[in-house]
Design a protein around this ligand. Structure first.
Ligand SMILES: [Zn+2]
Length: 113
């Protein structure tokens, strides 16, 4: 756990949040349940998909795909700083995530037709 995550986690616990056994699907940090019932990642904030899952609500495939697209967009945002100084490994990483995003967008399109 990085220092930054540890600091934010400590702050959440101080505010009365509870650490959950689940981890963030984007960064793998432990998730926290706030007093108001929201599930948050110390880095990414509120996690919509997991909240619905924990409430036991059924999710439509389209909503799941939308969550996947949101998560992939967040992932790409994290990669942006790596582009400038990046080499082949970074380029491949970006390509992989872009391909995943493209696939998710196509799946979403196909669901609508
Ligand atoms: Zn996260």
């Amino acid at each position: 756990m990085s220092e930054d995550i540890a600091k934010k986690s400590a702050l959440l616990l101080k505010e009365g949040a509870i650490m959950l056994p689940e981890t963030c699907p984007i960064c793998g940090s432990p998730l926290f349940k706030l007093k108001d019932g929201r599930i948050v990642c110390p880095i990414h904030g509120e996690i919509r998909k997991l909240k619905k899952k924990m409430e036991g609500k059924e999710e439509k495939l389209e909503e799941v795909i939308e969550d996947v697209i949101d998560a992939l967009k967040d992932k790409l945002k994290l990669i942006i700083p790596k582009i400038e100084a990046g080499r082949k490994a970074e380029a491949e990483e970006i390509y992989t995530w872009l391909k995943a995003l493209e696939t998710a967008i196509n799946v979403k399109k196909n669901l609508k037709t």
